[in-house]
Design a protein around this ligand. Structure first.
Ligand code: GLN
Length: 267
């Protein structure tokens, strides 16, 4: 996926989060402003969101460009959620283009999207085939399915959301420094986690919640870039949201509880 967002906050409609922002995912599907690889994101899209009374996410995916899906545009204003992960795709060369390759990928309560490309795919796929065998969507014909499968395997084993992302990156990079661009965004409906490896990601507080995105959807001043090789976690306690950013390679995982802003200001 080439552009993705995750929202944790008061319920917002998919229309508000995805279609309406001036430079949001819909616009980014044909005219991203900060995309460094590929020029547009016309190879499918998807969204996963959580609804009351159900732990697993609802997911909607298509293989077509977001701007051609009038049905999605018609339902988006009627769906609201306090936790949403959505993405538009620019397919990496050599991957398949069907709906199963569009993020978010889902396993149980968790959902993930990937911005980047594995340097050695499908070679890595063979290398990790048995490691991800228990995760059905890890079999999709796209490199992103592999970091997803590794993270989901860790989550199934009880590792927390950010820990699963760190574990996926660690395994892919083991014995292969420069495994590729591996920026990942994930949620389990309660929290958001992301890891920045080779593709930028930004965070802002907005409308009482937190939005994480591969590029700002407006020209507001509040966006902060998450440094490369860092993990971000957004957690919720009632109406309060805590943003924690830690180095990937020496994770202290200490929440930022005081002071502001709650994330590094370095760009
Ligand atoms: N490699 C992933 C895919 O093909 C993500 C692509 C991207 O970030 N442009 O879907």
């Amino acid at each position: 996926m080439c552009r993705h967002i995750a929202w944790l906050g008061p319920p917002r409609t998919l229309d508000d989060l995805i279609l309406r922002p001036e430079f949001g995912l819909l616009r980014q599907s044909w005219a991203p402003r900060r995309q460094r690889h590929g020029t547009m994101n016309a190879d499918g899209f998807g969204a996963a969101w959580y609804v009351d009374g159900r732990e697993t996410p609802v997911r909607f995916r298509r293989a077509q460009p977001m701007w051609t899906d009038a049905s999605f545009a018609s339902i988006a204003p009627t769906i609201d959620s306090g936790c949403v992960l959505a993405a538009v795709r620019s397919a990496t060369v050599g991957t398949a283009a069907d709906e199963s390759c569009a993020a978010p990928f889902v396993d149980g309560t968790s959902a993930l999207s990937h911005n980047g490309a594995l340097r050695d795919w499908p070679g890595d796929r063979a290398r990790f085939a048995s490691a991800v065998a228990s995760v059905p969507e890890a079999a999709a014909g796209v490199d992103s399915a592999l970091p997803f499968g590794l993270a989901a395997t860790a989550w199934r084993a009880g590792v927390d959301l950010a820990g699963g992302l760190a574990s996926a990156v660690r395994q892919l990079e083991e014995g292969a420094a420069g495994a590729g661009r591996l920026t990942l965004l994930a949620t389990d409906g309660q929290a958001i986690a992301g890891v920045v490896v080779g593709e930028p990601m930004y965070v802002t507080r907005r409308d009482g919640g937190v939005l994480v995105a591969s590029e700002p959807d407006d020209d507001g001043e509040t966006w902060e870039q998450i440094p490369d090789r860092h993990l971000i976690t957004v957690t919720r306690d009632g109406d309060e949201f805590t943003v924690t950013i830690d180095p990937l390679d020496q994770p202290s995982r200490t929440p930022a509880t005081t002071g502001e802003p709650p994330w590094p200001t370095a760009r």
